[in-house]
Design a binder for this molecule. Structure first.
Ligand code: ZN
Length: 738
């Protein structure tokens, strides 16, 4: 037994040890793998997460700032009615800014609750940005787009026609817009952080109607057959999140006029688009008052030129019968009587319904947005002299744009607000009476301009009117920014549905022609950068309804834009933007700006009252759904100066636990209406309504009003703050009160 039989099969001890080690290691490996598989199946039941983006994350910043100006005496911008002056606040106006940076380039998109962005406003904003940020924010990478609310203040224009309808250039209303827009960009700039962007799109029904179907029908049949509807129904949404997937903001685009509030309204209001913003922001910023909270939701305008939100359509207000189809007029009362309305019982109800529909669709698209936007950023911009663009329309034929002019049907207005005079839409003949007056007062349009605009009968040859300043812009901005596969086309006016479709298609074609862009989503941001009225197709122009009569650079306006925007898109696709010529700089007029907005006079009170005293008191008890109303002795709101981030109104609930009053609504809230009523003898009142929502908890409430008045003190005019409060009233749920 000397020889130790260490192992079977004649292996040496070393060999045996190696084999045992091998077996052991194999066993350990198999066990480990099995354990990992078991662990994976138990802890990771969902499919693997989507791969990380191919590029570094974008830096994203969002910001919102109040840009409401003094809500008194200044004409509202939109219906071109100098009598429609501001007298209170329905909802506040905000500028919403979105900044995206890819590490190489930066783009800024701003949507503002105003009628349109004017060249003057844009130039003032760009100057302010230049002072603060040097060359970081420029005309080529900043898009400013208006929501097209017709209930914001006017007075921020430098061309004579727009000054005529808004009591001139008004520093008082321009400054809050400039400061508000810049502040929204400041906020976005300061909170930039790594994040992701997702896009989504869907259709929204029952929220828009074509208001010039007769023009639309003049487009080629085969083109019309490519589309189901005569308005664009799509809502396009960009969702912004941080790297944890938490939402920080959203932009959506939908083509509809923000004219649910009609020309009888006198309160500053952000209309349907602004209401949609407030609804989504209140969802995402729970517990915050309107205009507060970090989440920013912008609802931008698009190719809304021929699109009304008044979905019950046009009817004669005096008879209830449909208006004349071709020219939207009524047998008695003419165009003024032909009004579109709906879907609600009144304009507030319609604003609520349309705003809510747009909000709901955007919210749904936001929640389901999974298609990630990746890739570099681009921006391309040019200034173009739109009075003199030559377009090659086929191998042998060129056409040209014209000096600006408005046709007779411009004065007819639309079914969203008709003109007062005897003009009707669809006029292709002049009117000897009005032409005669025009020739006497303003001068006859030149033959060249008349021929260029044919078949438009020219009412105002604005391109030939230069006193005291040009009546219309000659130089306009064309601009495209792209964020990965999303292209935002900044259109300096109101494109009709079909014009917008042609433009989107052209830009998409050019972008994708070089193979660098695929599956591109092109959106039109309307009312951007400079206002030039409408842009119809050549075919729609022939009909000369309001939109055609307001296509100011003539029948080939759209063709010229198609050519220019194609040029920008091509430059982006080839990454040769720096080679684009800058174009002629627009003027910034320092002299001859008109203004007949007088300073607000001193305020007076009725005998034995003071500012802030209650003239009409609240009732002691209300129920949800009721309207509380209280009237105060007031000063002129223009004396309150810069009212941004302040309020004329609070609705407050008494908290029994803390024994303090807590603010539940401000003048920015949908539920409150602040009416300023200018009386005789320099006296005025503020009537504040609170439309008690069904969600209001029962309890003790009060309404307060804040303002300023101006009075003589010796030889000086002095402005003093005042406030007033209603008596305390109860809101009792209907169960308890009988
Ligand atoms: Zn419009």
């Amino acid at each position: 037994m000397a020889k130790r039989k260490s192992a079977c099969c004649g292996l040496s001890a070393l060999e045996a040890a190696l084999i045992v080690l091998f077996i052991l290691m194999t066993a350990v490996c198999v066990t480990l793998i099995t354990l990992i598989v078991i662990w994976k199946t138990h802890t990771d039941p969902t499919p693997p997460p989507s791969p990380e983006p191919q590029h570094d994350p974008y830096l994203i910043g969002v910001g919102r700032a109040d840009c409401t100006g003094p809500p008194a005496e200044i004409p509202l911008m939109g219906y071109a009615n100098p009598q429609q002056t501001a007298a209170g606040i329905h909802t506040r106006l905000y500028s919403r800014a979105f900044i995206v940076d890819d590490g190489r380039r930066r783009v800024v998109f701003v949507t503002v609750d105003i009628g349109m962005v004017s060249q003057r406003l844009r130039l003032e904003v760009l100057q302010a940005l230049q002072m603060k940020y040097g060359d970081l924010y420029r005309q080529d990478n900043v898009v400013l787009s208006g929501t097209h609310t017709h209930c914001g203040l006017g007075g921020y224009f430098q061309y004579t026609l727009f000054m005529m309808t808004s009591k001139g250039y008004i520093k008082e209303s321009t400054q809050p817009l400039v400061n508000g827009i810049v502040k929204s960009i400041d906020i976005a700039h300061r909170n930039m952080k790594p994040g992701r962007i997702f896009r989504n799109r869907g259709d929204l029904d029952d929220s828009s109607l074509n208001r010039s179907p007769h023009s639309y029908l003049n487009n080629p049949e085969d083109e019309r057959h490519r589309y189901k509807w005569n308005t664009d129904k799509q809502v396009v949404v960009l969702k912004f999140t941080d790297l944890d997937g938490d939402g920080i903001g959203m932009i959506s685009w939908f083509a509809v006029h923000a004219v649910s509030m009609n020309y009888t309204n006198r309160m500053v209001s952000s209309d349907n688009m602004g209401y949609a913003s407030c609804l989504l922001e209140q969802d995402k910023n729970p517990g915050e008052l309107p205009g507060q909270g970090g989440f920013v939701a912008g609802f931008s305008s698009s190719n809304l030129g021929d699109v009304t939100p008044n979905t019950k359509g046009p009817h004669c207000a005096n008879t209830g019968l449909p208006c004349d189809y071709l020219n939207s007029s009524c047998p008695v009362g003419g165009t003024r009587m032909c009004q579109a309305y709906g879907p609600g019982d009144d304009m507030f109800d319609s604003t609520r319904i349309i705003g809510h529909k747009i909000y709901s669709k955007a919210k749904e698209l936001y929640a389901n947005a999974v298609e990630e936007v990746t890739g570099f950023l681009h921006s391309a911009h040019q200034w173009v002299n739109m009075t003199d663009v030559t377009v090659q329309i086929n191998a042998t034929h060129t056409v040209s744009t014209c000096k600006p002019a408005l046709g007779h049907s411009f004065a007819a207005g639309t079914i969203d607000g008709g003109g007062d005079l005897n003009f009707t839409q669809g006029a292709v003949e002049g009117d000897p009476f009005w032409d005669g007056i025009r020739d006497l007062v303003l001068g006859k349009p030149s033959n060249q301009t008349q021929e260029c605009h044919h078949p438009k009968p020219i009412l105002l040859s604005t391109g030939e009117m230069n006193w005291p300043l040009p009546w219309h812009p000659q130089i306009v901005d064309v601009q495209i920014i792209t964020i990965g596969s999303v292209a935002v086309v900044a259109v300096p006016g109101e494109m009709t549905t079909m014009s917008g479709r042609r433009l989107r298609e052209a830009v998409q074609q050019e972008l994708e022609s070089e193979g660098t862009f695929r599956d591109t989503e092109v959106v039109i941001a309307g009312l951007s950068n400079v206002y030039t009225h409408y842009i119809t197709t050549y075919e729609e122009y022939q009909v000369q309804r309001y939109e055609g009569a307001s296509t100011i650079y003539g029948p080939h306006t759209l063709s010229a834009y198609l050519q220019k925007f194609r040029g920008l898109a091509k430059a982006i696709a080839q990454d040769r933007v720096s080679e684009l010529p800058l174009g002629p700089q627009p003027p910034f007029f320092k002299e001859h700006l008109l203004s007949w907005m007088l300073p607000a006079p001193v305020d007076k009170t009725p005998q034995n009252t003071s500012f802030g005293d209650v003239l009409e008191q609240v009732y002691p008890v209300y129920r949800q759904g009721d309207v509380v109303s209280v009237t105060f002795v007031a000063g002129n709101p223009r004396h309150s100066g810069d009212i941004r981030d302040k309020t004329f109104v609070t609705v407050e609930i008494y908290d029994n636990r803390t024994e303090t009053w807590e603010i539940v609504h401000t003048d920015a809230s949908w539920e409150t209406r602040f009416h300023w009523l200018k009386g005789s003898n320099q006296q005025s009142n503020a009537t504040i309504e609170w439309h008690i929502p069904s969600s209001a908890p029962s309890g003790s409430y009060r309404i307060r009003h804040f303002g300023h008045y101006k009075q003589w003190k010796g030889l000086q005019q002095v402005i003093t703050a005042y406030e007033g409060a209603s008596e305390v009233f109860r809101v009792a749920s209907s169960f308890y009160s009988h």
